[in-house]
Design a protein around this ligand. Structure first.
Ligand SMILES: *Cc1c(COP(=O)(O)O)cnc(C)c1O
Length: 400
């Protein structure tokens, strides 16, 4: 963890510049590309220095579970991009959520979590936080009266993802941040789908931002990692948890993510542009009954997303006429798209949410969340749009 430094030459720099240069690390060798520090520990010049480092009297590296220069560079860059005081790298997106919960919640606290979050996040709160006396109420993302009604005197955290997966529902971060503030709770936003290239939750009043770096921050499906972003006081608690409990980011992964960040805005703009094309095109296909993408003017979240986001992102979903069999036939008919639940990759991915990402929900829970059997999710990659369409046509052909 590190401060974003106000007296640096990048103060006031734009997002593209920060994505390439913030937190730059250079050793006496003068290398241009950031070095990767694959070392578990660090040596000291003297016993005196070792003692001072261990006591915290002098700053500096001790052990890579505590600090690592490559990880620190990644943290500084993400903090700069999100407009935050500090950021903390973690071993995965789930480790970021776990670390935030463990660092900032205590037994007896209450959490309100969006029903429409990553499935494993639901489990983390419902199964593991519950074991330690933290109770969670799940509320539909867009049910604002429901969020208000769920508030209790001991509510310590509101947790949500926007836009949601896979229906692209858009929550008003500013409105929920007012609700959180009025009740003394922290608003935590999982910004995985938008990244700081498209959405800055802290600027809309969120207290903490979380990412699975595994997705768009990497951008090429190589490494698993995560990051927590926010105010110094909160990040210090997260750091203490990480040093004690261990789910830290690996230096190699931090280096891969740094390279990913350099192209983040270009990629997010390309993903968004292609996804909009594909969504508009899908709307015209006779076998498609519905398309969910906030970039479409008919989407209920369109106006809010247009205010809150720079663009609409790469994930969309659509319903084909029929049920599960038709959805599976469509997916099996494609030959180029990758059949995988992952997203945020240069390669377009396709998945059947009802039997994969949302397969652990009961049929009633899926109904309530609007995850129908004929729903297909696509995370539009960086291929030529025409070729994505050609492959989707193979899906349509398989329905005939
Ligand atoms: C993938 C994902 C996570 C979990 O991240 P991992 O890196 O897989 O641990 C959390 N939130 C969202 C929105 C995700 O898509």
């Amino acid at each position: 963890m590190t401060d974003s430094n106000s007296d640096n030459p990048l103060a006031g720099a734009g997002l593209d510049t920060l994505a390439v240069r913030a937190g730059i690390l250079r050793t006496a060798e003068g290398e241009h590309s950031e070095p990767v520090f694959l070392t578990s520990s660090y040596v000291f010049a003297s016993a005196e220095e070792a003692a001072a480092r261990f006591s915290g009297e002098s700053a500096g590296n001790v052990y890579s579970r505590y600090t690592n220069p490559t990880v620190r560079t990644f943290e500084q860059r993400i903090a700069a991009l999100e407009g935050a005081e500090a950021a903390v790298g973690t071993a995965s997106g789930m480790a970021a959520i776990l670390s935030t919960a463990m660092a900032l919640l205590k037994s007896g606290d209450h959490v309100i979590c969006s029903r429409d979050v990553f499935g494993t996040t639901t489990n983390l709160f419902a199964k593991y936080m519950a074991k330690f006396g933290v109770e969670t109420t799940f509320v539909a993302l867009l049910d604002t009266p429901g969020w208000e009604a769920a508030l209790r005197p001991n509510t310590a955290m509101l947790f949500l993802e926007t836009p949601s997966n896979p229906l692209c529902e858009v929550a008003d971060i500013g409105a929920l941040s007012k609700l959180a503030r009025a009740s003394g709770a922290l608003l935590v936003v999982d910004n995985c789908f938008c990244t700081p290239a498209l959405q800055l939750p802290l600027a809309h009043g969120a207290d903490i931002v979380i990412h699975s770096a595994t997705k768009y921050l990497d951008g090429q499906g190589r490494c698993v990692g995560g990051v927590v972003v926010g105010r110094q006081e909160h990040m210090q608690e997260v750091v203490t948890f990480l040093r004690t409990c261990g789910p830290t980011m690996s230096a190699f992964n931090a280096w891969v993510f740094l390279k990913g960040l350099e192209t983040l805005r270009l990629r997010m703009d390309a993903h968004s542009q292609s996804a909009l094309h594909v969504a508009q095109w899908l709307q015209q296909q006779p076998a498609v009954s519905r398309v969910y993408y906030a970039g479409l003017e008919g989407h209920p979240g369109h106006a809010l997303a247009a205010r809150q986001q720079r663009a609409f992102g790469g994930v969309l979903s659509f319903e084909v006429e029929g049920g599960r069999d038709e959805a599976w036939r469509f997916i099996n008919g494609t030959q180029v798209l990758s059949l995988t639940a992952n997203l945020g990759d240069a390669k377009t991915t396709i998945v059947h949410p009802a039997t994969t990402t949302h397969g652990r929900l009961t049929p009633e829970q899926r109904d309530a969340a609007g995850i129908t059997d004929n729903l297909i999710r696509i995370a539009v990659g960086l291929e030529d749009v025409a070729d994505i369409q050609t492959d989707l046509m193979r899906g349509f052909a398989a329905l005939a």
